[in-house]
Design a protein. Structure first.
Lengths: 129, 229
């Protein structure tokens, strides 16, 4: 349910950079979301598509990278890196584990198109250049 | 053209939350973000605790999707309260809380409780400017809830297992719940509360300590605020 509240600022940061570069379109947004953050990727894609509608980011591809959570087992002493939250040690299946990290919510990069579909620079960008 | 950005998606919310935290700390007000599932006893807990916190003066911001029922209950014990209706949203954010502050008599408040929307998922994701987070899990729920909804428990300053006066009527395993909480949070104080139980006193003491810490930090900052160094 909170995916919309995250998709909106994601769109706004992308549009801010798009305007600063005089881009005609945002074609891709890459974000890094921690495994602990309870974000459902399918819902995030739906929310992102909806909030980008009618903006320079309409139709932009959303690439979600998962920041893994670090598992330390107090029973066997081994460590692991998991892309989903676990409550068992992946090595020995003990419950005596510690979970750390996996709480990122970052917009890592965007891809911009600086020309329109006919290969012309956007007039506004030329004027600003 | 690819551009590396590396920006916190929640930067605007977090900046507003920081403003709220500073504004309240400057007045010696401690904000406690109370989070837990629907029906876990958050409002009941506040009704029991607020009278016992006297002489500390408490106020409440009540977060709900709709209705003013919870605010009416808090008003019934004489504490200043404002109902924040999220109109469908599953959580409070820093802007809504910031607006809510304007409706309260802040000069007459020492502890501000913000009762978040009843939900174990979304409220945990948003900093609202609190100084401490109190997670509430009732023994009427599953003892594996901390495993299913880890973020809320990861970020809690304290966890209260509520309605413990009813635990013998349930299959809730207190030690199993605590074990799950400890997987993601080794520091949070875990307090068993319930009608007539001594845990309520421990929770009152915990709240007093949170408020003392905010007031002390505010006091230590005041000389520095004179900027004569």
């Amino acid at each position: 349910m909170h995916e919309f509240s995250l998709a909106m600022p994601m769109r706004d940061i992308a549009l801010e950079h798009a305007r600063a570069h005089g881009a005609v379109r945002v074609s891709k947004v890459v974000c890094r979301i921690g495994a602990m953050r309870q974000v459902v990727p399918e819902l995030m894609h739906t929310a992102f598509e909806a909030v980008c509608s009618g903006t320079l980011a309409e139709g932009a591809e959303l690439d979600i990278e998962i920041e893994p959570v670090h598992v330390t087992c107090n029973a066997c002493g081994r460590e692991a890196v998991c892309e989903t939250v676990t409550y068992e040690c992946p090595h020995c299946e003990a419950y005596e584990i510690r979970l750390e990290g996996g709480t990122d919510m970052l917009l890592t990069s965007i891809s911009l198109e600086l020309e329109d579909e006919h290969g012309h620079h956007d007039p506004a960008q030329r004027a600003g250049a | 053209m690819d551009i590396t950005i590396l920006r916190n998606v929640q930067e605007h919310n977090d900046a507003t939350a920081e403003d709220v935290r500073r504004l309240l700390a400057a007045r010696g007000i401690c904000m406690i973000n109370v989070m837990g599932g629907a029906g876990c006893g958050k409002t009941t807990l506040l009704e029991r605790l607020i009278p016992r916190l006297a002489p500390l003066r408490c106020a409440v911001l009540e977060g709900d999707i709709t209705t003013v029922h919870d605010a009416e209950r808090i008003a019934g014990i004489g504490a200043p309260v404002t109902q924040l209706q999220t109109q469908g949203s599953c959580h409070l954010d820093a802007w809504l809380v910031h607006e809510g502050l304007n409706t309260l008599p802040l000069d007459e408040v020492d502890v501000l409780f913000v009762e978040n929307v009843g939900n174990l998922v979304c409220p945990a994701e948003f900093d609202i400017g609190e100084h401490a987070r109190l997670a509430v899990l009732s023994v009427m729920e599953g003892d594996d809830k901390p495993a299913k909804y880890p973020l809320l428990f990861t970020r809690a300053t304290a966890v209260t297992l509520s309605k413990c006066d009813l635990v013998e009527h349930t299959d809730f395993d207190l030690s199993r719940a605590e074990k799950f909480i400890r997987v993601v949070n080794t520091d949070a104080q875990i307090i068993h509360t319930g009608k007539g139980l001594p845990g309520d006193d421990r929770l009152v003491e915990w709240i007093r300590r949170q408020r003392d810490a905010v007031a002390a930090a505010g006091a230590s900052k005041r000389p520095a605020g004179a900027r004569n160094s």
